[in-house]
Design a protein around this ligand. Structure first.
Ligand code: NDP
Length: 248
């Protein structure tokens, strides 16, 4: 699916909403966190590199957004208990959650299956597929407390059809889309939570540069260009949209 034509997010689209963004320290997640804050959200900045999260925190404060929260968290090594603790901390701090952007991701190896290191495979699966499951499961009770809530997953062009040398990344993104659909089907009619996914497409970030080292980065759109779609799916303008895959 595509963003409705001529979509214009209201400046206060996310006012009074609490939104958690994973991988908020860099790339698309950083820009999404800044954009959500600029539209009124209190953003929970989750990521593994504290210094990057602090920079985003400072940037949000500098732009006059609501004071964010930093949640340093390594999705690769976190245990189910760590997710329970996260639920408790967010419950105590905010009592409710209106949105989750599952953005953090790892590219893994660009190698044939025959050579793919099992350790690298499992690392990618842990971050790109198991973590969105664990995080969603842990935070659903807080999302259920909101009048309306949105969970946005991050897909890829290789999710619907695998491609040579994309290994665990492609498999994990296919899995993440499938998880989104299962969840959306379970939530349909039964709750005010919706779940959808975004395939940002080739975007000017560190991950893209690693995947395509010979490419001129200026030929790819910057993350900011995708933000209308990221806002649309996170805000109430997309109420009623559930279980859909969007291309940026
Ligand atoms: P980047 O590599 O620029 O950023 C990824 C973010 O995820 C970083 O903030 C990184 O943290 C964080 N992260 C990685 N591993 C972990 C972990 N174990 N625990 C917590 N955080 C972690 O990627 P992009 O911004 O390009 O990608 C964002 C999403 O978009 C990903 O899901 C990606 O698969 C998807 N995507 C991107 C495309 C593109 O062309 N850029 C195309 C299609 C999909 P840190 O900064 O500390 O490393």
């Amino acid at each position: 699916m595509k963003l409705p034509k001529d979509y214009r997010p209201a400046p206060d689209l996310l006012k009074d909403k609490i939104i958690l963004v994973t991988g908020a320290g860099d790339g698309i997640g950083k820009v999404a966190a800044l954009t959500y804050a600029a539209h009124g959200a209190t953003v929970v900045l989750l990521g593994r590199t504290q210094s990057k999260l602090e920079q985003v925190y400072d940037d949000i404060e500098a732009q006059g957004g609501p004071q964010p929260a930093i949640y340093p968290f390594d999705l690769e090594t976190a245990t189910p208990n760590d997710y329970k603790d996260m639920h408790q901390v967010l419950e105590e701090t905010f009592g409710v959650l209106h949105g989750v952007l599952h953005n953090a991701g790892q590219l893994g190896e660009r190698t044939p299956i025959s050579d793919y290191s099992p350790e690298a495979w499992m690392r990618v699966m842990q971050v790109n597929l198991n973590a969105p499951f664990l995080l969603t499961q842990a935070l659903l009770p807080l999302l259920h407390k909101a009048e309306r809530a949105s969970i946005v997953f991050t897909s890829s062009g290789v999710a619907n059809r695998g491609r040579a040398f994309w290994g665990a990344y492609a498999a994990s993104k296919a899995g993440q889309d499938n998880l989104m659909q299962t969840l959306a089907d379970e939530l349909e009619d039964a709750s005010a939570i919706r779940a959808n996914s975004i395939n940002p497409g080739g975007t000017r970030t560190a991950m893209r540069a690693t995947a395509y080292p010979a490419e001129d980065p200026t030929t790819r759109p910057a993350p900011a260009e995708h933000m209308p779609l990221y806002l649309y799916l996170m805000g109430d303008d997309s109420v009623g949209v559930n279980g859909e895959q969007f291309d940026a």
